[in-house]
Design a binder for this molecule. Structure first.
Ligand code: UT7
Length: 322
């Protein structure tokens, strides 16, 4: 059997930091409210002219260095993003050119905050089929570009960043399983209700920004993530005790803690970066993974449960032996 294993991780955060105190000067909010309701203390914001592909490239190079992989060794590039540089070509193609790779499979995946988990699921299937042997999977976002900085209900939540993994074909798992879901019936609870086909006109106005019915999203997220934890354990014949690390999408500390409780995991087995990064959508899981790999918490042989929930709604999990 062929499996996909993580050979390297990397991440990148833009230099500029926006603290809760900075936001207090921009909208009617407080550091205390943001911390209590979300767990966020600060977030990084891309500089003017700094694009999603710039962040993706920095994260990718870091993961490739750790995996001892050069651009020409990669035969599959998937970038999960909701904030691509261009309508087309895909950010994956822009990244491929920068990495000096010509000819490999390259495309973007759009599943909002679940994008990285979707991309891992797709890359896993490519590698298991035997058609590809070395995949670069990136989650990268410049969400600051689709935020209404006068809307306190959303602007305090999000940040920019990128994370990446290199996956290589190997004889043992690796990625054990991924479970991917969506339900478009929830399309209006979390959305940027503008786009190419609806017309560029709408993108000049307020509608081009993230709109969220936060409280409703919160309730569905907690329930759905509880279910995906059950589904992942059950379908793979595992107990709660088999999971060493929960690496969750970083939207809200209260959602993360609810999922950890569902797993019976104490907080010291949960990778939490929401305090420093905010919600970076598709970038949040690979960012968190890289932080915990590099600081030595996640070790070879550990069993990881990655899970995410986001616009669509989309949700999913990846069960991985690191
Ligand atoms: O990543 C994709 C998935 N996204 C999520 O999972 C996000 C899910 N939602 C959430 O994380 C939470 O719902 C929020 C953090 C967005 C909001 O927290 P909440 O506890 O659900 O607050 P709420 O929306 O019920 O608002 C409570 C109050 C309201 O005031 P009133 O109506 O009670 O007077 C809001 O106007 O808090 C007010 N409020 C704020 N106050 C200070 C909303 N935003 C702010 C703010 N600062 N930034």
């Amino acid at each position: 059997m062929i499996y996909a294993g993580i050979a390297g991780t990397g991440s990148y955060l833009p230099e500029k930091v926006l603290t809760n105190h900075d936001l207090e000067r921009m909208v009617d909010t407080s550091d205390a409210w943001i911390r209590e309701r979300t767990g966020i203390g600060k977030r990084h914001i891309a500089a003017e002219g700094e694009t999603t592909c710039d962040l993706a490239e920095a994260a990718a190079r870091s993961a490739m260095a750790q995996a001892h992989v050069r651009g020409e060794d990669i035969d599959l590039i998937i970038v999960a993003t909701t904030t691509p540089d261009r309508v087309f070509p895909s950010t994956a193609c822009l990244l491929q050119e920068r990495l000096g790779n010509h000819g490999c499979t390259a495309f973007d995946v759009q599943a909002v905050c679940t994008g990285f988990v979707y991309a891992m699921g797709i890359a896993d299937k490519f590698i298991r089929s035997g058609s590809h042997r070395c995949a670069l999977v990136v989650g990268a976002e410049t969400l600051s570009r689709i935020i209404d900085w006068t809307d306190r209900t959303t602007c305090v939540l999000f940040g920019d960043g990128a994370g990446a993994v290199v996956l290589k074909a190997q004889d043992e798992p690796g990625i054990i399983a991924t479970h991917l879901h969506a339900d478009g019936a929830y399309k209006d609870l979390l959305t940027v209700p503008a786009g190419i086909s609806q017309g560029y006109g709408a993108m000049q106005g307020k509608e081009a920004f993230i709109q969220m019915r936060g409280n409703e999203v919160f309730r569905v997220a907690v329930n759905t993530l509880g279910q995906i934890v059950d589904e992942t354990l059950q379908k793979n014949g595992l107990d709660q005790a088999d999971i060493d690390w929960l690496v969750p999408h970083q939207a809200n500390i209260r959602i993360i803690n609810a999922t950890a409780r569902k797993l019976g995991l104490s907080t010291d087995h949960v990778v939490q970066t929401v305090e420093d990064h905010g919600n970076t959508s598709a970038a949040s899981i690979p960012l968190a993974l890289d932080v915990a790999v590099r600081d030595g918490r996640i070790k070879r042989g550990n069993k990881l449960l990655l899970e995410a929930f986001g616009g669509g709604f989309t949700w999913g999990s990846a069960l991985i032996t690191y």
